[in-house]
Design a protein around this ligand. Structure first.
Ligand code: AKG
Length: 270
């Protein structure tokens, strides 16, 4: 069954791309509303490069639009994301029938304008993971859903991910996991409805995976990464326990990507 295949791929790879999941029309509406709001708040027009922010530092990888939260909040308040949230929710329900996922309170903008690097590269010391790895848990506490609003190519400086790195993390969590109050408290604030056995939860806190993987062996992410590239209409699910990073935008247009997170709200029973 397709839904079981989706779950298996996601559990193994930490990554699942579904091409053309959203209609072109839905993505276009979000795209247009986003750029209208960016114009209202920053006077930046996609089609007018003279209005685009420029890199201020030599060798800057990307130019981020800071203060995008009010833009994303406005779109949310206007109901622009409602339909796409429902579509993602129903996909998660189909694909992970034993668990319940709740949409995060806010959307993230990953719009990055070109920096002034000439050749594409990965910024130094930028590989990281975003959530702790709980020993024995096949699914993460959160799923990140990346949504390209237009063509995102390697030149646009996509997010790069290391497939299966969360599985390495699970092995390390078995061996080196600890009870970590900070991680548990952060978890309680996002995954409010999920009951964990807090006293016995053993996890690898954020920031521990990369150093442990590097211990005793050469870890070469540049050989095994996958770029989160795609077209408007595609949907990419990522397990944020896995290693990932941004990369430099050497194209001549912004990376048009947004992200929404879903949090686990009921414990899966396998
Ligand atoms: O692609 C990027 O800019 C970094 C993305 C990232 O680290 C994230 O979405 O957590």
């Amino acid at each position: 069954m397709v839904r079981n295949r989706n779950k298996e791929i996601f559990k193994t790879e930490g990554l699942l791309k579904v091409e053309k999941y959203f209609s072109k029309d839905l993505v276009k509406r979000i795209h247009n509303a986003l750029w209208e709001e960016i114009f209202t708040q920053f006077r930046i027009r996609l089609e007018d490069k003279s209005t685009h922010p420029k890199a201020s530092l030599d060798n800057q990888d990307v130019v981020r639009l800071n203060n995008m939260n009010p833009v994303m909040r406005k779109l949310q308040d206007d109901g622009v994301f409602k339909e796409i949230e429902e579509k993602i929710s129903s996909f998660l329900l189909e694909s992970f029938p034993d668990s319940l996922w709740k949409v995060n309170e806010s959307w993230y903008s990953l719009i990055n304008f070109p920096g002034n690097k000439r050749t594409w590269e990965v910024p130094k010391n930028s590989w990281h993971n975003d959530i702790p790895i709980v020993s024995g848990e096949e699914l993460p506490w959160s799923i990140f859903v990346f949504i390209p609003l237009d063509e995102v190519t390697i030149d646009h400086g996509p997010t790069l991910v290391i497939p299966r790195s969360h599985l390495e993390g699970l092995k390390l969590a078995d061996e080196f996991g600890v009870y970590d109050k900070n991680s548990i408290d952060a978890f309680k604030s996002t995954n409010k409805d999920l009951a964990l056995d807090f006293k016995t939860t053993k996890l690898l806190p954020v920031g521990k995976l990369l150093p442990l993987l590097r211990e005793g062996r050469a870890f070469t992410p540049e050989k095994s990464f996958k770029p989160l590239v795609g077209s408007g209409g595609d949907m990419i699910l990522f397990d944020p326990r896995g290693l990932h990073t941004g990369s430099s935008n050497v194209s001549n247009s912004p990376r048009q990507m947004i992200r929404i997170d879903f949090h686990l709200s009921e414990k899966p029973s396998f």
